[in-house]
Design a protein around this ligand. Structure first.
Ligand code: SAM
Length: 283
């Protein structure tokens, strides 16, 4: 009879977000597998947990997972924790879970804090559907491909971003979807927790210097554009004029975006945009 692999969420800032069940589970298992043993020890001391801790950093998961599965198969109950939040969510865990499932080991989540869900719930953006991106590739073709694929997502987009890259990422996203609403959720559950809300263009103005702390970035999806754009002819004209005046997108991209969002014909929007441009030039 095999043991059980418990995936235990730990706080993302506020220590009191540790659940009773998480503490009990970490006390009862034979071993805690941790992304970082030093952080795990601090947590365990705080909650008077004396269970043995072994390390499984992200880079060693592929190698260590087999040994952990063997111990599970031999009947040990083992808990996996990451540095913060839910293991496996932009953290080590997925390979171990997959190998445990293949070995017919029971895998039990002990849910708790997760930055993506905490940020989404208080963002004010739609929670009906959401798309979790985690960390974007830093640069190159893979980043471009992912960003292009996000274009048509109609739920809220949730991105983990480092403070070092936040400003440049917001600038880049504002170039694509400047009028969409965005939310920068910073230092969730901590003393300096803040939510900054606005269009991506306004956020790109606000975030010119590297912010402090941990950041989750949320962006409204395409359907929100569509909702905003289910509009009369007059409103359509105002929207075209507004986007033209921002001078962020090429005319072709602007026409495509508005056509997709409003369901109107590209040719009609193009003609109207040209009329507005001509009118402006003649003033
Ligand atoms: N497993 C974690 C979870 O369940 O949320 C995520 C781990 S991932 C390595 C760390 C990233 O999550 C950070 O770079 C940041 O983008 C986001 N994050 C973690 N804690 C946060 C917090 N307190 N406030 C805002 N974002 C946070």
């Amino acid at each position: 009879m095999g043991g059980t692999l418990f995936l235990v969420a730990t706080p993302i800032g506020h220590l009191e977000d540790m659940t009773f069940r998480a503490v009990e589970t970490l006390k009862c298992v034979s071993t805690i597998v941790a992304e970082d043993t030093r952080r795990a020890r601090i947590l365990c001391e705080r909650f008077k947990i004396s269970t043995k801790i072994v390390s499984m950093p992200a880079f060693a998961e592929a190698v260590r997972a087999d040994g952990i599965v063997m111990r599970l198969k031999a009947g040990e109950d083992i808990a996996l924790i990451s540095d913060a939040g839910m293991p496996g969510i932009s953290d080590p865990g997925t390979q171990l879970v997959q190998k445990a499932i293949q070995a017919e080991i029971g895998v039990v989540p002990i849910p708790g804090a997760c930055a993506a869900i905490a940020a989404l719930s208080a963002s004010g953006l739609s929670t009906t559907r959401f798309h979790f991106v985690g960390f974007l590739p830093r640069k190159g073709k893979s980043r471009r491909i992912i960003l292009e694929s996000l274009e048509h997502i109609d739920g809220t987009i949730v991105i983990y971003e480092s403070p070092e890259r936040l400003c440049s990422t917001i600038q880049e996203l504002a170039m694509r979807w400047g009028t969409r609403q965005g939310v920068v959720a910073r230092e969730l559950t901590k003393v300096h927790e803040t939510f900054v809300r606005g269009t991506l263009l306004s956020l790109s103005e606000m975030f010119r210097d590297k912010p402090k702390g941990e950041i989750t970035l949320l962006i409204e999806g395409r359907a929100a554009d569509a909702k905003e754009m289910s509009i009369s002819d007059e409103e359509l004209e105002i929207e075209i004029e507004r986007r033209l005046s921002m001078d962020v997108l090429s005319l072709k991209d602007l026409v495509r975006d508005i056509a997709e969002a409003s369901g109107r014909k590209k040719s009609d929007i193009y003609a109207q945009a040209l009329k507005i441009k001509a009118r402006k030039n003649s003033v």
